[in-house]
Design a protein around this ligand. Structure first.
Ligand SMILES: [Zn+2]
Length: 466
């Protein structure tokens, strides 16, 4: 039998993901895909033996668990519109695009993700391709299409369009349809069932007993259930049904929060998409109205989630990466910064949420997400101190090494870039209306333009063409 390779990551500052304070001058020994020793006494010269040993000098660097994004839509393809999400690019193309995007996620230090839903069985195919060793990517669990009623987030279009086959959602308006869809999705290889309730918590799209039935069916077939639930009704229904974790939850009442605390069910708020829109949406063409709405929503979320933290709700962390406002490989660690800034966690607590706690989304709680003897060897070596400044985790240039399953990830070469085809895009003819007066302004308008340019912009007045 060939000797199993060993890697010693030597003499770094260890953040082990358990919440323990950082330990200086600590080394981690990996054998195969497991961590076999952790400590300050491990030195390269003492590790002689028959097995080959690779030594990585981490002097002055931080060693920590690989990040886990519990809410990453790997199959979306960085879409700008709802139509691009549901209608454009074939499922076949989306699958290939997703394996290509998976390498970016991994190169950003995200060694595991959970994909809570998307079109077809693209997530299942991508998970299996990565697992088979065909392409580099994070370890994955995945849902299929979101279960939706006509009142849900994923039944977005007018009734005369319906929910197209290529949509990220699937319409299940009756209990029979719900059970049928759960059975089919599980047969087709999903790890979890995603229920999509109303988009912004405006109403409860699934009745209590419907959420219970879906959860019961999935659990009987040994699969997990998660739910997009923002409002008090849907969060309460999810708690009563015993779903495995709840996504969002920002609009729950104090009463529902009490129920959540009692249940011990974790909450995965997913603030990154909201905060990116609120803070920088206007840079990328989000309307002022949308930006304002998300800013208000973020304020409300901060209030509710701070209460939830104080009440002892277990947290998970996810980003909703996969939209144009949250491209792959860029924002996965931003959620941890937002948990510090808006929810009041310490950086060390936020790191444990994004590593140890998130292992639950991979069905690997207790086996992944901490650097301890016997755990899966997913870890990062980083130039920076995330306890002092949590944002350093977002800076890919600081990553010195990434290990997934004990294997070193290739970080060399330029960041992957690609062509985006017209068939991936919705047709947007203009972002604003072109009025006649804009082209042929009256004398008064011309004067106003001229004077604005002179005063506000301190530029030369431009000639207005006839
Ligand atoms: Zn999502």
């Amino acid at each position: 039998m060939a000797a199993v390779g060993r890697t010693l990551i030597w003499n770094g500052t260890l953040i082990d993901g358990t919440g323990a304070p950082p330990r200086p001058a600590t080394s981690v020994l990996i054998e195969g895909n497991r961590i076999v020793a952790v400590g300050s006494e491990l030195r390269p010269q003492d590790l002689n033996g028959s097995q080959p040993l690779t030594v990585v000098d981490a002097t002055g660097l931080t060693i920590m668990p690989g990040l886990i994004d519990a809410h990453c839509h790997l199959t979306y393809g960085e879409v700008r519109t709802e139509e691009e999400l549901d209608l454009y690019a074939s499922l076949e193309y989306r699958a290939i695009r997703a394996v290509w995007n998976a390498q970016k996620v991994l190169r950003a230090g995200v060694t595991s993700i959970s994909d809570p839903g998307g079109s077809g069985y693209v997530g299942v195919a991508v998970r299996d391709a990565i697992l088979a060793g065909m392409f580099p990517g994070p370890r994955m669990t995945t849902a299929g299409r979101f279960l939706s009623t006509s009142n849900s987030i994923a039944d977005y279009y007018p009734e005369w369009v319906g929910v197209p086959d290529s949509s990220s959602g699937v319409l299940v308006n009756t209990k029979d349809a719900m059970v049928d869809e759960v059975r089919r999705q599980i047969k087709s290889g999903v790890d979890l069932i995603k229920i999509g309730d109303s988009m912004f918590g405006q109403h409860q799209a699934f009745a209590d007993d419907e959420v219970a039935l879906i959860t019961e069916t999935a659990h009987r077939l040994k699969r997990r259930v998660t739910i997009h639930a923002r409002g008090p009704g849907e969060v309460a229904a999810a708690i009563k049904a015993g779903v495995d974790w709840i996504m969002h939850g920002e609009l729950m009442t104090d009463e529902v929060l009490d129920m959540l605390v009692q249940s011990g069910i974790p909450l995965c708020p997913t603030l990154t998409l909201v905060a990116n829109t609120a803070h920088w949406g206007e840079r990328v063409g989000a309307s002022p109205r949308r930006v304002y709405f998300y800013a208000k929503h973020l304020e409300k979320a901060a209030e509710t989630l701070t209460k939830a933290r104080k009440a002892g709700v277990p947290f998970m962390a996810g980003t909703d990466s996969g939209f144009a406002i949250t491209p792959y490989g860029h924002w996965h660690a931003r959620e941890l910064e937002l948990l510090v800034d808006y929810v009041g966690f310490t950086p060390l607590e936020a790191i444990s949420i994004g590593t140890r706690n998130n292992a639950r989304a991979l069905n690997l709680a207790g086996e992944l997400g901490t650097i301890e003897v016997g755990k899966l060897a997913d870890l990062l070596v980083l130039d920076g101190d995330p306890v002092r400044n949590i944002r350093v985790l977002q800076d890919r240039a600081r990553l010195r090494a990434v290990y997934k399953d004990g294997q070193s990830v290739d970080l060399s070469g330029p960041w992957p870039e690609r062509t985006v085809w017209p068939h991936e895009r919705a047709l947007i003819a203009a972002r604003e209306e072109l009025y006649w007066e804009d082209v042929y302004p009256s004398e008064a308008v011309r004067e106003a333009i001229t004077s604005r340019l002179q005063t506000d912009l301190a530029l030369e007045p431009t000639e207005v063409r006839e």
